[in-house]
Design a protein around this ligand. Structure first.
Ligand SMILES: [Cu+2]
Length: 223
């Protein structure tokens, strides 16, 4: 910080404040627009945990993934149940339980296992191929999670109201796709043109109810 010997008058301070306000109001706009997507069933019910992703029609210089994305194990479940990540993302699998877990995948997009561990997993996993990766725990049959690995940084997952916001999408043409772990039909890809004002899209997707395997209460656990 440069010291100044010039006394600051009220006018000078007011001018400085104006400059600050001007700088705030002239902040550059967000880098892109928003794709507001909505997914519902043929009967009109909101579909949660659907992954929406936008693949650029032309090759764009896409930002690379930089964050490590966690899937935790909490109360003998994977959290979250559904994740979406960009191809090239490193994922970590912290175990928050007082018992050990053994995370594995036989999926073609990523086959791996992290043998029985507590706390932070001894290895991180690079998801370097697009596709669906199904995770299980070798000890607890009911534990399941899905990772949709996509060749784009523009994706989002629907909330309980079936809505998903893909943010900071540069203007241009995209193929908009939807995926859900228990999808049965519908959800055909859509061509969308993203303008400065963004775009809205809706999908109708037929999904089966999630089937859960029996999860014993804690006092019935032997491991
Ligand atoms: Cu487990």
């Amino acid at each position: 910080m440069i010291q100044s010997n010039i006394p600051r008058s009220g006018v000078a301070i007011a001018a400085m404040l104006c400059g600050v306000l001007l700088a705030v109001s002239q902040a550059p706009p967000a880098r892109g627009a928003t794709i507001a997507a909505h997914v519902r069933s043929p009967a009109g019910a909101a579909i949660a945990d659907a992954v929406i992703y936008a693949l650029p029609a032309a090759s764009l210089p896409l930002p690379k993934p930089t964050l490590k994305i966690p899937i935790e194990q909490i109360d003998r479940e994977f959290v979250p149940y559904v994740s979406a990540v960009q191809t090239g993302t490193t994922m970590v699998f912290p175990n928050r339980d007082p018992i050990r877990h053994h995370v594995y995948s036989f999926s073609r997009a990523k086959t791996f296992e992290i043998k029985l561990y507590s706390g932070n997993a001894p290895s991180e996993i690079l998801f370097d191929q697009p596709g669906v990766v199904t995770l299980g725990c070798n000890i607890h049959d009911w534990m399941i999670a899905y990772v949709q690995v996509v060749d784009t940084p523009y994706f989002a997952k629907t909330d309980a109201q079936g809505g998903a916001q893909l943010v900071n999408v540069p203007p241009g043409k995209y193929e908009l796709k939807v995926w859900h772990p228990t999808q049965k039909g519908g959800g055909e890809p859509q061509a969308v043109v993203v303008g400065q004002a963004g775009v809205a899209a809706s999908f109708v997707l037929d999904v089966a109810p999630r089937k859960r395997r029996y999860k014993p209460p804690l006092d019935k656990m032997h491991y």
